[in-house]
Ligand binder design. Structure first.
Ligand SMILES: O=C(O)CCC(=O)C(=O)O
Length: 268
């Protein structure tokens, strides 16, 4: 790998200097999302992709299957045609150094100090997975806020989504509704699974303002846990692999007895 091919924003970052520009920080605060081009190096992307592919091929546990979530397009059961389609390689931080290096690099730690607080922790109970959007039986995910089933003192967590390949509407990339992390949503705007209801005009108008940032290998998308987002199905012949991790400040503790508190988080 040549030095040029290894160029990456994470590798180029110098300790003690800001990771984000003032403009990027403002955009994250305003929109609740930010795409950073060329974050990971080409070698790191290739290594993570190779590991994810091998773990999917060998069906390395723990896995979440599309049939388990039952989202639109998912097979109706594990026994149905396509019922063994994998949705997520769970517990990514336990799956190898290549994923820990993505999730816990010094540059990510510095970035999270800018976004979540002085003592960022890598959350273990939520996300911490490689999304595997497979051809054929992958599902669509309706508009939701990640925090809907999370339990912390404050709904202030940030997720980092690492592109290992091209991500576009064709293979079910994420779309976001900017600014929704700062809005309040009365319960009746959401359905019983806490997705935005499509039968309401106000929700349809909001969804019309969504953006769909396409990604190249090495890009990183940061999004607030209250930013509404959704994704389509993968209509291409190739699996899309996307490691995704969530971060909180140490001062923002999980509520005792909840799933969020079920695993010790990792200090960065
Ligand atoms: O890739 C997808 O289908 C959506 C993933 C997502 O939004 C989530 O897991 O919260």
């Amino acid at each position: 790998m040549s030095a040029a091919a290894e160029a990456s924003r994470a590798l180029a970052w110098l300790p003690g200097t800001p990771v984000l520009t003032a403009d990027e920080r403002e955009r994250f605060e305003r929109d609740g999302l930010l795409r950073l081009r060329g974050w990971s190096g080409a070698q790191q992307v290739a290594d993570a992709l190779e590991a994810a592919r091998a773990q999917l091929d060998s069906r390395m546990a723990p896995l979440e299957l599309e049939a388990d979530v039952g989202y639109p397009g998912a097979p109706p059961s594990r026994e149905a045609s396509g019922g063994q389609t994998v949705r997520r390689l769970l517990r990514a931080t336990a799956r190898g150094e290549v994923f820990r290096a993505l999730a816990g690099s010094p540059a990510i730690a510095a970035l999270m100090r800018e976004l979540v607080g002085a003592h960022p922790l890598l959350v273990q109970a939520h996300h911490n997975c490689v999304m595997t959007k497979m051809p054929g039986f992958s599902s669509a995910t309706n508009w939701h806020q990640d925090v809907r089933y999370w339990s912390y003192q404050r709904p202030e967590l940030v997720s980092a989504w690492f592109a290992l390949g091209v991500e576009s509407p064709d293979n079910g990339c994420l779309s976001f509704i900017p600014g929704t992390h700062r809005m309040l949503f009365p319960r009746d705007r959401l359905d019983d699974q806490l997705f935005l209801r499509h039968d309401r005009e106000d929700n349809r108008a909001l969804i019309a303002s969504a953006v769909t940032p396409t990604l190249e290998p090495g890009d990183l998308v940061l999004f607030h846990c209250r930013t509404f987002h959704a994704a389509g199905r993968n209509a291409t012949p190739d699996t899309k692999f996307s490691p995704v991790f969530t971060y909180r400040d140490a001062s923002n503790a999980p509520l005792p007895g909840t799933r969020s508190a079920s695993v010790e988080d990792i200090s960065l």
